[in-house]
Design a protein around this ligand. Sequence first.
Ligand code: GDD
Ligand code: MN
Length: 373
Amino acid sequence: MDTASPAPVLTAAPELSVIVPCYNERANVAPLVARLDAALVGITWEAIFVDDDSPDGTAEEARRIGTGDARVRCLRRVGRRGLASAVIEGALASSARFVAVIDGDMQHDETRLPAMLELLRTGAADVVVGSRHVAGGDDAGLAGPFRQRLSHAGIRLAGRFLPAALTDPMSGFFMVPRPLFERLAPRLTGQGFKILVDLLLSAPAPLRVREVAYQFRSREAGESKLDALVLAQFAGLLLDKQFHGLVPLRFIAFAGVGLIGVLVHLATLTLAREAMGLHFGLAQSVATVVAMVANFELNNRLTYGDQRLRGERLWRGLLLFLLVCGLGAIANIGIARMLYAENTTWSLAGAAGAVVGVVWNYAVSATLVWRGR
Ligand code: GDD
Ligand code: MN
């Protein structure tokens, strides 16, 4: 009669959560778990794979392993992209005493984790960073001389902004006490690839940093996700921190794209009139549509690269954007006319109209077109 199940066994949170941001890393999940298992003997740990809905089924693979091994967890984000924001959300899903961040492509050396942990346990540091540029480390695994030059330039650039002297601030391999991460989380920008730079620049007082050497391995499976957008986001991160988050960088990007749109408009207008012989009214209409479509595409890739619309949502977004900008143009012309009629100089009236137009376009497209999730 008594079929009561056995009392549940309570298991405390592990000492260490290893956060693994991953996008299209299916082939690397199982080998990475095996390596962590081998490296972290005697330490209670878990791995949290944070996947942005990779088409290659990375999340499924992590879940498959997690079914048989409770140390392996997976956070699947839908409609989002971004290494830094993935790390933040993974770390905030942890209850461990310490959190480590490691790439999901095995380029970082997991065998250094116990040494990193030891430095935090003794309280010798607030952050321990895996460095390729202290004795015993190297960055030979970077894919080619271009990536190497880029990395060195990034390190020099970051060095100008950072309070602590660090040999490898661009490292994506580090460990911090979770409570410290929790405290800093609300201040993080979460943009782009460089979450460590974000953390260091977000701390109200300089953090005590220690470095541990490691050799950056070359990638065996999958491919790097570093592209021009990631570089632009890095510049954005440094600027954002420099101005204490007061300068609305997304708006600046949006306005910059708008300026490019003006050039696209003028070029199309010239082409339509000179080369195709269209009369002004038609040429102007064609140029307007071409410029708006170009603006949409640039904003989708750049300004809103972290929530880029694709597939069906892309077409719906484009239609809405054309509608929003069409209304913005009407507001622009209306205001400029009104001011001009009230004897404002034509340049001031025109500029006021343009400013109202771009603010309208930005505000409305941010809420309707790229509304995040
Ligand atoms: N969830 C998620 N979302 N993960 C991502 C995304 C994303 O949008 N983009 C990249 N990742 C994951 C990758 O799958 C990989 O596990 C890790 O982040 C690093 O991305 P890579 O594309 O392999 O970057 P990398 O090798 O060019 O650059 C790395 O090396 C630097 C050292 O030069 C980065 O990890 C840096 O942080 C690291 O310091
Ligand atoms: Mn990599």
